[in-house]
Design a protein around this ligand. Structure first.
Ligand code: F0G
Length: 382
């Protein structure tokens, strides 16, 4: 009786849907907010991880995709398109299948993790590998949607941001108020924009009037405006972290050739530039960079100390927190939430390297208990 119903049904009164909307959902959201014991001990603040890898396709993109695909259906679309560093394509492919739409995805050739590639193919998307980077793919996808009958499901579609803001709602609902600091990885910058929108809506009495009713402003019947009371009493500071080789917000301008092992956030020209800068500045927060080594070390921290397996891009948030801690800039006694955006199984190869970068070889043993006990250094208790 208490099955989570997906973010649209759970937060229907704060999203651009009406009672007649056909909702496309795979049960996304409702992800765990895990108390990070070791990070809390280290920093002296209470640190939680919002584990977005627990979404149906293994990343936070599903929150936005349920809204985007619902909007696509509402707009009468037959085909959707997106550019992606991998996770958006996996999510779009799955939700398009559920909606009965065809899906094309544009990805940078050779720069997306195997798990994500497999998902897009498994769900029957037409996968096109572009001889270029994510920014090139997004430009083509936007032009394609402008000129041809395909519906764009990247986060430049406002429906995506609407869906993704629900993560902030869930955190406030779980903690009873907003955290003091919210830390997350920044790539195309849709997610930091979405969280900030969600936190702001929850912190003030908000009137929702989606003028045209449709999830994408499609011309369905106007929804009744509804005014909802504030849920939280405060706003968090937003701390965003980019990979050092792909850090346009730190540079203050787009980067032409972004590079990082964290392929999810290998982005040089973020689409949601202004809204991300607003999130940073309005919240009194920051957007800084972390090196690939810091990302991999946070990735190892999470798996080996907290029991949470994420993909490298996701670990940028925790890498940022660790960096701020080392610089003495993490306040004590506060509540801090780090979003970890995607599952470790998306891109598992990084777990098979030591901190020194050497391959980890599994130990081979004989097919008997004595060999196994010896390999474990056990002595017989008998
Ligand atoms: N973490 C992961 C695992 C991602 O896949 C992405 C973005 C981000 C963080 C950054 O989020 O773009 O909202 O700032 N991935 C997109 C994709 C670009 O195509 O899957 P953002």
């Amino acid at each position: 009786a208490h099955q989570w119903r997906g973010v649209i049904r759970e937060y229907a009164d704060r999203l651009p849907v009406t009672e007649s909307t056909r909702i496309i959902t795979l049960g996304e959201g409702g992800t765990p907010l895990v108390h990070a014991q070791k990070l809390s001990e280290l920093t002296g603040s209470t640190v939680y991880l919002k584990v977005e890898g627990m979404n149906p396709t293994g990343s936070f993109k599903d929150r936005g995709m349920t809204m985007a695909m619902t909007a696509a259906v509402e707009a009468g679309a037959k085909a959707v398109v997106c550019a992606s560093t991998g996770n958006t394509s996996a999510s779009a492919a799955a939700y398009a299948t559920s909606a009965g739409l065809t899906c094309a995805v544009l990805v940078p050739e050779g720069k997306i993790a195997m798990g994500k590639l497999s998902q897009a193919i498994a769900h029957g998307a037409t996968l096109l590998q572009v001889d270029g980077n994510f920014d090139d793919c997004l430009e083509i996808a936007r032009k394609l949607a402008d000129t041809y009958p395909v519906f764009l499901v990247n986060s430049v579609n406002p429906a995506r941001i609407e869906g993704q803001k629900t993560a902030a709602f869930e955190i406030v609902d779980a903690l009873g108020d907003a955290p003091d600091i919210h830390v997350l990885p920044v790539g195309n910058a849709g997610n930091i924009s979405a969280y900030w929108k969600g936190y702001k809506e929850y912190a003030t009495e908000t009137t929702y009037s989606f003028p045209k009713g449709g999830a994408d402003g499609a011309d369905s019947a106007p929804a009744e405006p509804r005014t909802l009371p504030a849920v939280s009493t405060r706003l968090p500071m937003m701390w965003g972290f980019q990979a050092a080789g792909a850090a346009p917000f730190v540079a203050g301008h787009p980067i032409t050739h972004p590079e990082t092992i964290a392929t999810a956030i290998r982005i040089g020209n973020p689409a949601s530039w202004e809204t991300a800068v607003a999130a940073r500045d309005e919240s009194g927060g920051l957007i800084d960079a972390v090196s690939d080594d810091e990302i991999l070390s946070a990735h190892r921290w999470l798996s080996s100390k907290e029991g949470v397996f994420v993909e490298p891009g996701s670990a940028a948030s925790v890498a940022g927190l660790l960096k701020m801690h080392e610089a003495g800039k993490v306040p004590q006694g506060k509540t801090i939430v780090c979003t970890v955006t995607g599952h470790g199984l998306k891109d598992p190869q990084w777990a098979l390297k030591t901190a020194a970068g050497e391959d980890v070889e599994p130990v081979k043993v004989g097919n008997d208990v004595v060999s196994v006990a010896a390999a474990l250094g056990l002595e017989s208790a008998a």
